[in-house]
Ligand binder design. Structure first.
Ligand SMILES: Nc1ncnc2c1ncn2[C@@H]1O[C@H](COP(=O)(O)OP(=O)(O)OP(=O)(O)O)[C@@H](O)[C@H]1O
Ligand SMILES: [Mg+2]
Length: 333
């Protein structure tokens, strides 16, 4: 198989340059990325098509001459990585792979953090699972304990899967969905807890809202995280009311909003600043991931999560969601 054939089938934009940084090869994904044909690109300087021209030139030369293994940096919305192309142990060019970068560099760090976290937890977890399984084969054992061990480990596994999936853009499965159905199904899931805690839910839905493109599993998860926080914030309140509102957003136009308003503990300025940060929690058993994941899911839908709060009075979390996807697939497509 030729190198070109291999690169052609890669799901990422790839180009090869010569020692002077001129394009000698691109795959189709790369042509799409720059919206230019290979015929046009061939022989042109790769750096012409990106922002940090000098840095790219420099890196291409380095990768070609210094045999630097792999090196990468960010250029605007892309992450470029460079590696020498060896043919019969001679450098014949430089392979450049382009990946879309997140708008917010912070997100990339978090992604790494979370991946690291799940990795770290996964290992001891499989140990616990094996032990529990062995334990269950012994003659004398506490069956109930074994069940708990297994169920708990599986629960954490599911949680980790959920966390990782929440950050995997490619897994979003958009379908036209009635947002009210999602809201009602989440309330239904919490029904017994709502009753036990004496919480009243007040609805103010705009029935004229269209169905919008959503990944309903992910959106359900996001709404669950927000509603759970609202319920938890009410634990010490006398008036336990959660209002769920929907409607057309005035600003920005083309969006609908879902607002979840509680009459609970509220947040002070400091807490409000940290509200969206991962691992920020004021709760004994909180992981501090609920709102972070909710915001991430909303962002991946092209929407935004906003919060207003007053200590001692309550909190309102607003989710703004576009009626159409940015690629044009939307409510009336
Ligand atoms: N509706 C709310 N009212 C008051 N404080 C809130 C509300 N929602 C979130 N917070 C504050 O923001 C923090 C972070 O919330 P987040 O959901 O991310 O984590 P958590 O609820 O502590 O833990 P978990 O990961 O289990 O959700 C909470 O610990 C709380 O201090
Ligand atoms: Mg929470």
């Amino acid at each position: 198989m030729k190198v070109e054939d291999l690169l052609f089938s890669l799901p990422l934009p790839v180009a090869i340059t010569d020692g002077e940084g001129r394009i000698t090869y691109t795959n189709q994904k790369f042509e799409f990325l720059l919206n230019r044909s290979f015929k046009y690109l061939k022989g042109k300087k790769l750096s012409e098509f990106f922002k940090n021209r000098e840095k790219i030139e420099e890196q291409l030369k380095k990768s070609y001459t210094d045999l630097l293994e792999i090196f990468g940096f960010r250029d605007n919305n892309y992450y470029l990585s460079f590696s020498p192309l060896y043919v019969a142990s001679k450098v014949e060019g430089v392979i450049v792979i382009v990946q879309p970068a997140e708008d917010n560099p912070f997100d990339e760090d978090i992604l790494l953090l979370l991946k690291g976290l799940s990795h770290e937890i996964r290992n001891p977890l499989s140990g616990i699972k094996c032990a529990a399984k062995l334990f269950s084969q012994l003659k004398e054992y506490d069956e109930e304990l074994v069940t708990v061990l297994l169920e708990e480990t599986e629960r954490i596994e599911r949680l980790l899967d959920n966390v990782t999936k929440s950050f995997d853009f490619s897994l979003l499965n958009f379908e036209k969905t009635n947002i009210h159905r999602i809201l009602q199904s989440v309330v239904k899931l919490f029904e017994s807890e709502i009753r036990e805690k004496g919480i009243s839910i007040v609805y103010d839905f705009d029935p004229s809202l269209p169905e919008i493109p959503l990944d309903s599993d992910r959106m359900t998860q996001a709404i669950m995280n927000i509603l759970r926080n609202a319920m938890e914030a009410l634990s010490d309140s006398r008036e336990k009311v959660i209002k769920i509102e929907t409607g057309y957003a005035i600003q920005p136009s083309g969006f609908i909003f879902v607002r979840i308003k509680d009459s609970g503990a509220g947040m002070d300025e400091e807490e409000l600043k940290k509200f969206l940060l991962p691992f920020f929690s004021t709760k004994e058993k909180g992981m501090g991931l609920g709102t972070f994941i909710a915001a991430e899911i909303v962002k991946r839908h092209g929407g935004e999560l906003k919060v207003k709060s007053r200590k001692g009075y309550g909190t309102e979390v607003t989710v703004l969601l576009p009626m159409k996807r940015s690629d044009g697939k939307g409510s009336d497509s």
